[in-house]
Design a protein around this ligand. Structure first.
Ligand code: FPP
Length: 264
């Protein structure tokens, strides 16, 4: 029985067995990234305001984080607020900020007790001071944890990330520290905000949309994609296991032939 206590629910023997089965049926992805979509529609379908859906989405965050830690996933990246989300109505934006602050206040100790490290990618300097303070504190408190890296993409977009990397390289060229012909894949990767994070193996998108929505554009070059119709507030560990099961059935060829992969 695993003793993780994020959800405050005792793990059932059936759930433990499902996790063990996934561990033996194939490789568990090292890095799972999730586009958590459908909170608004979930709330609307219940005659409620959008923020109600975001609040319910936090329960899914807790459950998926706990399950990933139990499964031995090393990185879980959640697309919690995109650069484009700043364009939403002000009350929704400020509601999301408040929800983030509340969640950090109530969850940081639990994250720490469960050996989970929190990190962020994105322009958190655009967030209100109070929000930045809570984030930095949670990052500091959990910085030595090893079990799972929970990475929140906040005010993040793939194009922004690539642009800021290109700017840094352009400055190095301007200052004579870099030859343009020396720019390659590795160098660009090293200037992205994800430089220390492996590329995602599996990207899950909820709510049935077949879109990437400016998520990890550079990093997903060879990620496996999984789309489910389920709205994020209904997406729980059982669906996560289905996504991982689907991932395990795929052959990742990275541009090579099937024979080359089998021969390895
Ligand atoms: C997308 O659904 C979801 C978001 C933009 C926000 C995600 C935020 C949470 C799950 C809660 C806060 C997260 C943390 C980590 C504390 P949508 O609003 O685009 O839904 P719709 O497509 O149905 O309108």
């Amino acid at each position: 029985m695993d003793t993780l206590t994020l959800t405050n629910k005792k793990q059932t023997p059936e759930d433990r067995q499902q996790q063990l089965d996934l561990g033996t049926s194939g490789i568990v992805p090292r890095h799972i990234a999730v586009i958590m979509d459908g909170n608004g529609r979930w709330a609307k379908s219940r005659g409620n305001i959008r923020l109600f859906g975001h609040k319910a989405g936090v329960d899914s965050v807790r459950d998926i984080t706990e399950a990933c830690a139990q499964l031995g996933v090393e990185y879980l990246t959640l697309y919690a607020f995109s650069t484009e989300n700043w364009g939403r109505p002000m009350d929704e934006v400020s509601g999301l900020m408040q929800l983030l602050v509340q969640s950090l206040r109530s969850e940081t100790k639990k994250l720490n007790d469960n050996d989970i490290r929190l990190l962020t990618i994105g322009q958190i300097e655009r967030f209100p001071e109070s929000c930045q303070r809570e984030l930095k504190e949670a990052i500091r408190i959990t910085s030595d944890n090893k079990r799972l890296n929970l990475c929140l993409a906040l005010s993040y977009s793939g194009r922004w990330d690539i642009t800021q990397a290109v700017k840094k390289l352009a400055h190095q060229v301007k200052e004579g520290r870099l030859e343009p012909d020396d720019i390659n894949d590795e160098l660009i990767t090293s200037e992205l905000v994800t430089a220390k994070i492996p590329d995602p193996d599996l990207i899950i998108r909820t709510s049935g949309e077949f879109r990437i929505s400016n998520f990890l554009l550079w990093q997903l070059a060879y990620s496996e994609l999984y789309v489910t119709d389920t709205y994020w507030p209904d997406f729980r560990r059982k669906e996560l296991y289905e996504a991982i099961g689907s991932y395990q059935k795929r052959e990742r060829r990275f541009g090579k032939t099937s024979d080359q992969i089998v021969a390895k």
